[in-house]
Write a protein that binds this ligand. Structure first.
Ligand code: PLP
Length: 407
């Protein structure tokens, strides 16, 4: 746990203790920018050269993080025109790939005008609209067709394909897509988009899935006759929130990719390119949600630590129904004349300030000691934390955003 929360501890040590009587309790997202830089660099450097990494902005589109990630990735993946604009505001030259179901005509037109690198097309209707608008505006655009595969997918927390979902087109639609594309002079077909699962923790299973993607893409290419096939394998590389030291084996995975390249690159076959657009795996590790314990109390046989803030800042544990990993940072100072609430060697439920019993971060987790005034550090809060939360619920103050550059 220690190395995930080191930057947050350094920040807390560095700040002068607030005046006990007037200071606000600690409540912050602390982002370890040096750690993020190292992790992004190592992750991308391990990829073989036929693979490219994009960052899926929806995991966390904070511009400070985008700036750190930008030099290490090929580009950004945007899931709305708002994200396209944010990406270009960080770097007007960054390659942006644009996906997501339900793109409006306005979004398609603006994406064409802004010159995004590629659009991931989610349905035949979207393909027809893009064909129309690219011709109207006289803009050429490269497309990938997002396909919802007919396969048994490995177990993972969320499945976007392999079953009925709002994502992508059916394999059976590809005939029609090929016909539409051959009538669309402004569209350049480049391959397939196959983001199908989320939070995959098993590198071997993910390699098998990739192999299946490659085989399908080659078979579909009979309809398209591309000389280079791009397979966008999506994101979905998982983060282990319950066993922190056992994370996705990226080294094993990238070595496996080299093996796949050897097996599948035939001298007379199409050239293969694999793109990844990872969100969670790139930014989860660099963030900590740090928050001060306000009260410790028991009722009906359970002990609760109530912290500043709540799941309106950090909704991930509620959304995934898991116990979020945390550390307790002891704070010795207690300048008050009244008793300090505490629990020792106890099973604790950590909750926020919201008036709903769903505002729970972790349930019945054993801690050696927790006191009012201590600080709880929730690790792995850099992705899908603040970004997915309902900030205005109950109108409590927002957390501080800390961008820690040292260490
Ligand atoms: C959410 C999403 C991603 C990123 O997924 P992670 O699990 O965060 O890696 C990538 N591509 C698409 C199409 C997505 O919807």
């Amino acid at each position: 746990m220690e190395h995930w929360v080191r930057a947050a501890k350094e920040w807390i040590r560095s700040r002068s203790l607030p005046d006990a009587r007037t200071g606000q309790p600690v409540c912050a997202f602390v982002y370890d920018l040096a750690g993020l830089r190292r992790h992004a660099a190592q992750t991308v450097e391990a990829l073989p050269s036929f693979c490219h990494m994009y960052y899926a902005m929806k995991a966390n589109s904070d511009k400070e993080l985008l700036r750190v990630i930008r030099p290490h990735v090929r580009g950004f993946e945007a899931a709305s025109i708002g994200e396209v604009r944010k990406a270009l505001a960080v770097d007007s030259q960054v390659p942006v790939i644009f996906g997501g179901p339900g793109k409006t005509d306005e979004e398609l037109r603006e994406a064409l005008q802004l010159g995004v690198e590629r659009i991931h097309v989610e349905s035949l209707h979207e393909l027809r609209r893009l064909s129309y608008w690219s011709k109207e505006l006289g803009r050429e655009i490269t497309v990938l067709l997002r396909v919802n595969l007919k396969v048994e997918l490995p177990q993972a927390t969320l499945q976007m394909g392999g079953r009925a979902t709002q994502f992508g087109m059916e394999e059976a639609d590809l005939d029609q897509a090929a016909a539409l594309l051959s009538d669309s002079p402004h569209l350049r077909m480049a391959g397939f988009h196959l983001h199908s699962i989320s939070n995959q923790l098993d590198a071997e299973a993910h390699l098998l899935l990739l192999e299946c993607y490659i085989e399908r893409a080659k078979a579909w290419n009979k309809l398209f006759r591309m000389e280079q096939i791009t397979i966008n394998a999506g994101g979905g590389i998982g983060v282990n929130y319950s066993d922190l030291e056992r994370q996705f084996d990226w080294r094993l995975f990238t070595n496996g990719l080299r093996r796949l390249e050897k097996i599948h690159s035939l001298p007379d076959g199409p050239e293969l390119r694999i793109d990844f657009e990872c969100g969670r795996y790139l930014t989860a590790f660099c963030g900590v949600y740090a928050t001060e314990v306000i009260d410790v109390k028991s009722n009906h046989g359970k002990t609760f630590a109530v912290v500043r803030g709540g799941t309106q800042h950090f909704r991930l544990p509620v959304s995934w129904r898991h116990n979020h990993p945390f550390d307790v940072l002891p704070v010795e100072s207690w300048p008050y004349p009244y008793e300090r609430p505490e629990a020792a060697n106890y099973s604790i439920t950590v909750v926020g300030q919201l008036c709903t019993p769903k505002d729970v971060f972790a349930e019945e987790v054993s801690v050696s000691r927790i006191r009012s005034g201590d600080i709880v550090l929730f690790a792995l809060a850099g992705a899908y934390g603040w970004a997915i939360s309902h900030h205005e619920f109950l109108s409590h103050p927002h957390p501080e955003m800390v961008y820690w550059k040292e260490s």
